[in-house]
Design a protein. Structure first.
Length: 432
């Protein structure tokens, strides 16, 4: 692998400064290698034959995913998170999806902002289905309207052999939920092209952060094949570039059924044995995060502790342990957060209470819970006007109402007593 970035020292100093500040201005305004690497068009269809085609598209899972979610949760969802249509007659969100994988000879992957990434063919055209721009999707436009306005194209880092791309555009690359739901399932799509064992390199945006390497290792991918790129601006070229489409589609909060099945089938069976007694009731604390903390958390946990809950900081657990923690839990209470992606590993019937600040309500975790047949509940606290956009809403602290929490706990306790009174049945579900 070589990277030749021929750049005057003064220009490099300027670009480094803008890298630290976000890149948007410089990538749109400072021409660099524009004549060599800027895409000149859009490739809506990428199909060919196996006799040397530069770009081949492979069909993946397709069909409808229908998820039942509470209607009042959907109507309470923040405008910038309500991206799916709700069927009031059935109480469901229905997502029709077609997943694909691509193999692009001498293909490139490029990103310069948190909301987008682009696959570029050898013919210097954007491959629409393999690329993504969240702003265009939010505006109601299709992939056929993708554009890349950047003018700053450093020499691409070249990889020999086959490269599977897990580049997500920046922001999502640092988030474990997006890694789980938007990155890892792409490997299932790429397996339609070739076994993961046969792929030479895997490129990942962001640092390991304690979970990426292990989650790839559990799929049989050794660390020696994984290459991390921590800058926002990424430009990569491979002899053969392998990509999968966005698992949740162009603009959806719903993880497709095939993706959740992939997680349960591949990860529950590939965990390291962990010898410990796992708590049945867990409270996921976010005091190790700067986003969406609980202002009166000490009093909240005193309340929960009296009901047998154990406080959990997910940052203290490795990837295998996180899976096991959720798999063994029977009651989960948590502020809404990325760690609830691990609900996908819970056993059916597990009770879940998700706490929301009023400005950041969404149904992504409710959908996961419904798909896993969990007993999902939620509570919303605070003023919706406090979070008028995604950035502000994610920084809202939460002041919980202990009376509402207690009502849920009393209800669950009564349900548990009813369950104990029922005749015992054999539980054949897998135990880790």
């Amino acid at each position: 692998m070589t990277s030749s970035t021929i750049m005057p020292t003064a220009l490099k100093r300027i670009t480094d400064t803008f890298k630290r500040r976000g890149l948007d201005w410089i990538t749109a305004n400072v021409p660099y290698n524009l004549h060599r690497f800027a895409p000149v068009g859009l490739e809506n269809v990428c199909r060919g034959n196996m006799n040397g085609a530069d770009c081949l598209e492979y069909p993946g899972p397709r069909g409808e995913t229908a998820v039942t979610i509470p209607h009042d949760l959907y109507t309470s969802t923040a405008d910038f998170m309500r991206t799916d249509a709700f069927d009031t007659d059935t109480g469901t969100v229905r997502v029709h999806g077609e997943a694909h994988a691509w193999k692009i000879r001498r293909g490139r992957i490029y990103t310069n902002a948190t909301h987008q990434y682009f696959a570029i063919s050898q013919a210097n055209r954007i491959v629409a289905g393999a690329s993504y721009n969240h702003d265009i999707a939010l505006a109601g436009k299709s992939g056929n309207e993708l554009t890349l306005s950047a003018r700053f194209f450093p020499e691409p880092v070249h990889f020999s052999g086959t490269v599977a791309s897990l580049v997500l555009g920046g922001g999502p690359a640092t988030n474990i939920f997006h890694w789980m739901m938007d990155a890892l399932p792409r490997l299932h799509l790429i397996e339609q092209i070739m076994p993961l064992d046969d792929i030479d390199h895997f490129v990942v945006q962001g640092a390991d952060n304690g979970f990426r390497l292990r989650s790839l290792e559990m799929l049989g991918i050794p660390a020696s094949k994984v290459h991390f790129f921590t800058d926002q601006l990424i430009h990569i070229q491979a002899d053969e570039l392998l990509l999968g489409s966005h698992p949740r589609g162009w603009l959806s909060n719903i993880s497709p059924d095939w993706s959740n099945t992939f997680h349960r089938n591949r990860y529950l069976s590939n965990m390291r044995p962990v010898q410990r007694i796992w708590p049945k009731k867990i409270y996921i604390s976010r005091r190790d995060s700067s986003l969406r903390g609980v202002a009166n958390e000490e009093a909240l946990f005193d309340q929960l502790k009296a009901h047998g809950y154990q406080e959990i900081l997910l940052s203290e657990y490795n990837y295998d342990e996180k899976i096991a923690l959720f798999h063994h839990a029977r009651e989960v209470i948590s502020m809404s957060g990325a760690g609830l992606g691990f609900l996908v590993y819970c056993q059916p019937g597990t009770r879940v209470l998700e706490l929301f600040p009023a400005g950041f309500v969404h149904y992504a975790n409710a959908a996961l819970a419904a798909q896993a047949d969990l007993d999902y509940h939620y509570l919303v606290f605070g003023d919706p006007a406090a979070g008028i956009n995604s950035r502000d809403a994610q920084r809202q602290p939460l002041q919980v109402d202990h009376r509402q929490i207690q009502a849920v706990l009393d209800n669950w306790s009564a349900m548990s007593q009813t369950d104990l009174a029922k005749p015992a049945v054999s539980d054949t579900r897998k135990s880790l």
